[in-house]
Design a protein around this ligand. Structure first.
Ligand code: LFR
Length: 491
């Protein structure tokens, strides 16, 4: 078969890319078309996404693909980070710039919303971990601050839905991204309208959802003409980036363990149905929705964010260290400090090296300002966090697999991969780095009828990329540190 080209638009909360996937019937070969930063913009109303600039960058990426692979391009799909949205009126006009999820407008909203719906109930109905930025809390903030906009809006579109609308002219809400809102009934495609009403969110905003792997329409005519691409399908993929990333994990068997490692670390297990118990509520595990009706039972914890924020600060002071060098310094560092990566003092953009030093001082641990030492503190703390989560899963699931698939940009960090294997006692299989774009394309292959299951998609992933394996050693030597870490995270 001559190859076909699928375009994955994959936006993270720090950068975006348009990737072409050339598929020959067995293997997928990825090729970058455009990479661009996604930094958001601070305005008097708060932190927003620069959504029209993102769209221009997407168009440029598609145009680049049209130039070199024109007649081979069959479809395009968009995935992005979760929870954020735009509101549009009846005629499709966007009512204001989407807010960034880290904006402070949701401060205090979990507590306020839980007066109307107790936290346990909120979790029980939706199966989603209560995170301050979930769409439900953002909409509750908007209902208080901008009630007229909610009245004027005809519907909500999540960020990937909005971009899909601009590409195709079709207004569709995709199921995996909708499940990050905390407004869908657990494990279902149905909105919990009673919950929405209790929180003051108008039902008319929440239109029916579409399953991932569905054709939405064609590239809108004006755009097709501008770019020079004819007859290209626009597809709803697993438009939540984590849904696509986990679809792109090269698992060989059902119900794999995964860690999607980027700005966030999403660690959990793919299941056939949600788990909602007192213990999963207490431990903050979510049941997000995936491709082919799967559930991602996972916990969302801070990931590379701490190192990214440190590097941003060091770069601003003129440091020339890149990630590879930082990790090299961390290999040889002996810094013993540990932090709770999810401590509130690390959750917003800040002077991260100082925030970490303050934390170490406050908890009576040695402080070093050397980047390699700080990197080591962060990476060991992450590995311990993963160990705690894996042990939690072990306690609930006696049949836990002994391989952890680490996918995404963070899977390039060999030191963290080895520490994770050692700390958890699991074999780590690392890669693909571009799992999200890969998973995005798997859904496009499904929409086109090239494959009919997630298993077939994962076989393509295994045929297409190289993976690195890290075997655990000396897991007991982490016992003392785990005890120290558990004390830290409980105080
Ligand atoms: C990862 C991710 C997480 C979500 C966070 C915020 O990129 O999508 O799954 O919790 O970003 O949207």
């Amino acid at each position: 078969m001559s190859h076909q080209t699928y375009l994955a638009v994959d936006l993270g909360a720090g950068s975006g890319r348009v990737v072409a996937g050339h598929f020959d019937g067995r293997k997928l070969q990825l090729e970058d078309q455009n990479r661009f930063p996604n930094q958001g913009v601070q305005l008097p109303t708060g932190w927003h996404w620069n959504i029209t600039e993102l769209f221009s960058n997407i168009k440029n990426g598609i145009a680049a693909a049209a130039k070199t692979h024109g007649d081979k391009v069959v479809s395009v799909a968009v995935d992005t980070w979760g929870v954020d949205y735009g509101l549009i009126d009846e005629r499709g006009r966007l009512l204001g710039l989407p807010w960034m999820y880290r904006d402070s407008r949701t401060d205090g909203l979990i507590e306020e919303v839980s007066k109307a719906v107790p936290k346990e109930e909120l979790y029980g109905r939706t199966g989603i971990q209560l995170l301050f930025f979930n769409t439900i809390f953002q909409l509750a903030a908007e209902a208080r601050q901008y009630p007229a906009v909610l009245r004027e809006a005809s519907q909500l579109l999540f960020v990937p839905d909005l971009l899909t609308y601009w590409l195709s002219g079709e207004r569709v809400i995709e199921q995996t991204i909708a499940s990050t809102s905390q407004l869908l009934k657990a494990g279902s495609a149905e909105w919990d309208l009673e919950l929405a009403a209790k929180v003051g969110i108008p039902a008319h905003l929440l239109k029916p959802v579409t399953a991932p792997g569905t054709k939405v329409g064609k590239l809108i005519a004006s755009l097709a003409a501008e770019i020079g691409l004819d007859s290209v399908d626009v597809v709803a993929c697993g438009s939540h980036d984590t849904a696509s990333a986990v679809a792109g994990a090269p698992a060989r068997s059902k119900n794999p363990l995964f860690l999607s490692s980027g700005t966030w670390s999403l660690l959990g297990r793919e299941l056939d149905a949600p788990i909602i118990t007192d213990a999963s509520f207490a431990a903050g595990f979510s049941n997000e929705q995936g491709l082919s009706g799967t559930t991602r039972f996972l916990k969302n914890v801070a990931g590379m964010w701490l190192l990214q924020e440190c590097k941003r600060n060091w770069d601003a002071q003129g440091s020339k260290l890149h990630y590879g060098e930082l990790v090299d310094h961390a290999w040889v560092s002996k810094a013993p400090g540990l932090v709770d990566p999810d401590d509130a003092s690390f959750s917003r953009p800040c002077d991260m090296p100082r925030a970490i030093a303050d934390y170490l001082r406050k908890t009576g641990q040695p402080v070093s300002e050397k980047p390699g030492d700080i990197a080591r503190v962060i990476l060991r703390s992450l590995a311990l966090k993963y160990r705690v989560l894996v042990n939690q899963l072990r306690a609930w699931m006696p049949d836990l697999p002994d391989t952890l698939h680490i996918v995404g940009g963070g899977s390039q960090n060999a030191l963290l991969n080895q520490m994770t294997a050692d700390a958890t006692g699991l074999t780590v299989e690392a890669g693909p780095i571009e799992a999200t774009a890969t998973g995005n394309i798997i859904a496009q292959l499904m929409a086109r009828g090239e494959i009919s299951s997630l298993e077939e998609g994962r076989e393509i992933v295994r045929n297409s990329f190289e993976f690195e394996t890290f075997e655990p050693s000396d897991t007991e030597s982490w016992n003392d540190e785990e005890a120290r870490f558990l004390q830290l995270i409980s105080t």
